[in-house]
Design a protein around this ligand. Structure first.
Ligand code: MD6
Ligand code: FE
Length: 217
């Protein structure tokens, strides 16, 4: 009861359709958020965050790790999914049940009842870090959506269209927000503007983003 009354309207989950097949589920993961952050700590003990190098030779400003059967990697040879962490040679940490449950239920909410992820890329942004406009196309099968969970400091998400030059719309992604997209917008260009300076009460001076995918090797 207490909880019911102390929660302001502005803090209730709500949803917004960003494009056909693309949903922003505001605060969908908020109740789970601190547990998700704890799981990230455990994963990064086994598979530490690292700044991957692009095929062009640039070190990414976002630090990354993975969990699940497959992990996304970048190096001089390209972008792809790998069963093993190239840093340790060991398999990526198992995807926590809590991650799987959240991703499956968020996908369902957005109209993708059959989504079962096998890969989770974990991004860590510190102030100044950004993700340039890109498409997610290394999964090979685009019938599955991607589920993306934002934790910690807020970030401005840019969401465009199928062409890199298409106009982008901006959305603020806050702690606990979930974006699900697939179908007609699965290959839309998107990015994250440089993270603003700040300290989050649960995540410190950082933003974390979990992106759940179904990859095919
Ligand atoms: C981020 N997200 O939110 C970067 N990709 O930090 C992505 O690049 C992304 O949110 C595919 C689907 C959802 C995403
Ligand atoms: Fe992406």
């Amino acid at each position: 009861m207490q909880d019911l009354f102390s929660r302001l309207d502005a803090e209730k989950p709500s949803r917004e359709e960003m494009a056909a097949g693309a949903w922003l589920l505001n605060r969908y993961a908020l109740e789970d958020a601190n547990n998700l952050l704890q799981e990230i700590e455990g994963i990064s003990d086994a598979a530490p965050f690292r700044h991957m190098v692009t095929p062009g030779g640039f070190s990414m400003s976002v630090a990354m790790t993975n969990c699940g059967t497959f992990g996304w990697v970048a190096d001089r040879r390209g972008y792809r999914y790998e069963k093993n962490d190239p840093v340790s040679g060991k398999m990526w940490p198992v995807m926590p049940d809590r991650f799987m449950t959240l991703a499956v239920s968020a996908a369902k909410q957005a109209g993708f009842p059959d989504f079962v992820p096998n890969a989770c890329l974990i991004n860590r942004y510190e102030p100044g870090a950004k993700m340039s406009l890109h498409q997610d196309k290394d999964e090979k099968d685009f019938t599955n959506p991607i589920v993306s969970v934002s934790l910690g400091l807020p970030a401005t998400f840019q969401f465009g269209g199928l062409d890199r030059k298409d106009a982008v719309r901006k959305y603020l992604l806050n702690h606990g927000d979930v974006v699900v997209w697939g179908g007609p917008s699965r290959l839309f260009y998107h990015g994250i503007l440089p993270l603003k300076e700040g300290v989050h009460e649960s995540a410190g001076r950082a933003r974390f983003n979990l992106t759940f995918r179904r990859a095919v090797l």
